[in-house]
Design a protein around this ligand. Structure first.
Ligand code: ZN
Length: 329
């Protein structure tokens, strides 16, 4: 499905079958060299939808470049089927390195195990992970961009804005004259970008909240998000996203008042906006995302020194600091 958003700027909707995100928004800017922002999974339905859109818009991939907001498979996966020998692919440094790391799935699995993910479900979780199933299958060479770099295309002059949080290297494209922001998964309407942590070396929620604040300072009339509808009230939406995470943090504090727990146990008691009534009925991929989300919030609380983390029986467990425990009654 193709929609013209602004002059020479189109949205191509790429379905993500059997996934709660429903679809990915790929954006195309037409010019003597075209630019495609984000692509879809490496999977047949995505490729078919993309090809139909490109045919309708008479896009020649031989004169088309790509900008990828972040490494997730729904944004990056289809790239290797679309990019040609002459395509420039703009991407960020940390994630260009990340996707080359061998054994990255082993690290994921280890970290999930330590955080209480059930041993007998780990392999199934990996095999249902979209990154594993639909991610980039071959090595690509990237043109690395960073904060402040510009991508000029026709009447559009995009500025790269680093927005770590949803992923470590996430970059948005800002067009200050047209006041538009290609936001990837930094700001979404109707659903909340997932903030997960699957390693121990950063605090994604803190970085996400800082990145939201950075975007809030900009003059933006139209947000072009990676999923769902176009957003006109950018600042208001940013306010809602911040509140969402504040509520989440408090929810986790109150869950920890019940006692010391690992992240998987915490996730199982959080409230999730899903159709399943009980945690046990969650599909394994949803349990995985929920656990990652719990871990990022636990990390934030730990950095704030509101909770403590310690190893116990080869797992990591969390408990409240004294001050918070006292407020519980
Ligand atoms: Zn994403």
């Amino acid at each position: 499905m193709v929609e013209e958003i602004l002059a020479n700027l189109y949205k191509i909707e790429i379905p993500l079958p059997r996934n709660p995100l429903k679809s990915l928004n790929s954006y195309l800017i037409k010019n003597d060299r075209n630019l495609i922002i984000d692509t879809g999974w490496d999977q047949k339905e995505c490729l078919d939808a993309m090809q139909a859109g490109l045919t309708q818009l008479r896009v020649d991939l031989k004169i088309t470049d790509f900008f990828i907001t972040h490494l997730h498979a729904d944004h990056l996966g289809l790239l290797s089927r679309l990019a040609t020998e002459t395509s420039t692919v703009y991407f960020n440094q940390p994630e260009a390195e990340r996707i080359k790391t061998l054994g990255r799935w082993d690290d994921f699995i280890d970290f999930a195990r330590k955080n209480g993910f059930p041993e007998n479900e780990l392999q199934a979780a990996l095999h249902s992970h979209p990154g594993f199933k639909y991610g980039l299958k071959k090595d690509m060479s990237f043109h690395i961009v960073k904060e402040g770099d510009r991508i000029e295309i026709g009447n559009y002059s995009f500025e790269c804005i680093e927005t770590p949080g949803h992923t470590r290297g996430h970059i948005c494209l800002y067009e200050p004259n047209k006041k538009i922001l290609a936001a990837g998964d930094h700001i979404l309407d109707d659903i909340t970008p997932t903030i997960q942590l699957w390693s121990d070396d950063w605090d994604p929620l803190r970085e996400y909240l800082n990145s939201l604040e950075e975007i809030r300072q900009l003059d933006i009339e139209l947000v072009l998000p990676g999923h769902r509808g176009i957003i006109k009230n950018c600042r208001e939406r940013i306010g809602e996203l911040k509140e969402h995470h504040e509520r989440r943090l408090e929810e986790i504090v109150s869950i920890l008042r019940r006692g010391t727990q690992n992240a998987f146990e915490v996730a199982s008691q959080m409230s999730w906006d899903v159709i399943y009534e009980a945690w046990d009925a969650f599909p394994i991929s949803q349990k995985w995302f929920a656990t990652g989300e719990a871990i990022s919030h636990l990390k934030y609380l730990q950095e704030e020194e509101r909770i403590e983390r310690r190893p116990e029986n080869r797992k990591i467990v969390f408990s409240l600091k004294k001050a918070d425990t006292n407020h519980s009654m």
